[in-house]
Design a protein around this ligand. Sequence first.
Ligand code: AP5
Length: 214
Amino acid sequence: MKLVFLGPPGSGKGTQSQKLCSERGFTAIATGNLLRDEVKAQSDLGKEVADCMERGDLVSDSIVFELVKNKVQECDNYILDGFPRNIDQAKSLDIMLDDIGHKIDKVINFTLPDEVLIRRITGRFTCSSCSAVYNDFYKKTLKPGICDKCGSTEFDRRQDDNEETLKRRLEVFHKTNDLICQYYEKNNLLISLEALKDEGFIFDLLQKVINEEV
Ligand code: AP5
């Protein structure tokens, strides 16, 4: 199965996609993570995109596209998290998938009001070792300073997870997401999922959507 996750920064796309990977064998292809890996490795590509990401702007379509293309060819069941981000990316994705005989099954659009996103974004931290996602306000580690999943004591916070950059990321999101949704709605692929409730509730709902029980 091939899924696309759309939604504003902090809507829970990454959190839910991690759960689906561990419980249902999906592979997450998250363009933000792929780009951050390049920045961390200080590759030429990473150096090229670092400023743009720190401002909260989209990086060029061609760069993102190359990263995604390499990944989808290796996978069968995957979640595209944070891609496509504009209508050109959506159209190019269809062409690319068509070329390799893949087809998107469902596009899930996570919806929630902008006001709740500040705490989700400014409170986010992730395990440096296994990438488990936590939050100062909503999901602390069970033992302070120790990852519940792998026991690591190292955590990361993202450079772009601050109020000022969040404003820009939301502006960019609101400029582009409606058109992408309309595109997928026309193809009968779009499902909107209200993402305000707790993680477990949303995961159950997501599973029902995937199993076509709702
Ligand atoms: P990207 O990494 O894709 O970031 P984003 O879209 O801004 O999304 P986030 O990762 O911030 O949010 P999320 O929905 O995954 O939230 P999460 O589950 O972690 O993109 C970053 C940058 O890369 C872009 O700005 C751009 O520069 C570039 N980029 C990426 N893709 C691109 C593309 N295709 N084209 C061009 N440029 C691209 O949850 C957030 C927090 O909330 C966590 O702390 C979590 O614990 C908590 N939480 C989750 N669910 C709940 C819940 N139900 N209740 C309470 N708390 C919750």
